[in-house]
Design a protein around this ligand. Structure first.
Ligand SMILES: Nc1ncnc2c1ncn2[C@@H]1O[C@H](COP(=O)(O)OP(=O)(O)OP(=O)(O)O)[C@@H](O)[C@H]1O
Length: 260
């Protein structure tokens, strides 16, 4: 379980995290949603310890984050940020091998090799494991980066907008893989998503943020609520029901149409 208590962070005068309190349950996919600049990436950054907070605490399985050594932390929490992505000529397997670094420190053991194999298999990359990552499609490349995170073999997997640049098929594929990370490998996934309907379809729990605050959290059914989403995104949504699930539709009222 990850417990976030009274977290605050500012950049100069800009409040980016405003007394954030949140408990992330184990064994679930939790989606962070909210408009640009809401503080979603900053929250993931602080939880992963890539960023520091001004005040407040993060507890991992009851242990205060600051009390855990970096090398041990890297065995508990993995994060994939957009900016993680490096521009070097590595094969898929070499990239995935990087994920073992906290365990192997560069000397690969038999267990490390097994974990690398498992991650490659899990992400369905076996056929292209020797291909350069620079020669992969966007969707394949994203799978390779997630395989690197899977190889790190942490209980918590944090992903910052991993669906960016993926078409609908690859995006759905990726979400099914992340659900399997939870169901089959017992991980806990926290993911920043811009597509609210993807969150509604695939997440177990949704946290809606705005202006550095958590506005509401709950099940997809609880969050897919017009009043909540209109306020969070400052936009008029239409909520529709399909097969007992709620989805949101973007629309533009005739009188609000502006011709440019
Ligand atoms: N290093 C930084 N220095 C100054 N301001 C920053 C820095 N990083 C982020 N910010 C600001 O903090 C606010 C929150 O940014 P953050 O990236 O956490 O939001 P987000 O919800 O992830 O947004 P997006 O959906 O656009 O990625 C934004 O206003 C952003 O401009």
């Amino acid at each position: 379980m990850i417990e976030i208590k009274n977290l605050n962070k500012k950049y100069d005068q800009l409040v980016v995290l405003d007394d954030v309190n949140l408990t992330i349950k184990d064994g679930a996919v939790t989606a962070l949603i909210g408009p640009n600049g809401a503080g979603k990436s900053t929250l993931l950054g602080v939880v992963s310890r890539l960023l520091s907070q001004d005040s407040g605490e993060v507890f991992i399985n009851g242990i205060e984050q600051k009390k855990i050594k970096p090398v041990d932390y890297a065995k508990m929490i993995a994060i994939l940020k957009q900016t993680n992505q490096i521009n070097v000529n590595l094969t898929v397997r070499e990239l995935v091998t990087f994920g073992r670094w906290p365990h192997s420190k560069g000397n690969l053991s038999k267990i490390d090799e097994e974990k690398i194999d498992e991650a490659i298999k899990f992400m369905r990359l076996k056929e292209i494991e020797n291909k350069s990552i620079n020669h992969l499609s966007g969707g394949q490349k994203q799978r390779a980066y997630i395989a690197m995170i899977v190889a790190q073999d942490t209980k918590y997997v944090l992903l910052d907008e991993p669906l960016n640049n993926l078409d609908m098929k690859y995006a759905v594929d990726m979400m099914l893989i992340l659900q399997n990370l939870v169901k089959k490998l017992g991980k806990t996934v926290i993911i920043v998503l811009h597509d609210i309907n993807i969150a509604a379809t695939f997440a177990d729990h949704i946290v809606a943020m705005k202006d550095g605050k958590i506005i509401k959290e709950g099940s997809p059914d609880e969050i897919m609520d017009k009043k909540t989403l209109d306020y969070v995104y400052d936009h008029e949504f239409c909520i529709a029901g399909v097969n007992g699930k709620k989805y949101c539709i973007y629309y533009q009222e005739e009188e609000k149409k502006v011709l440019i």
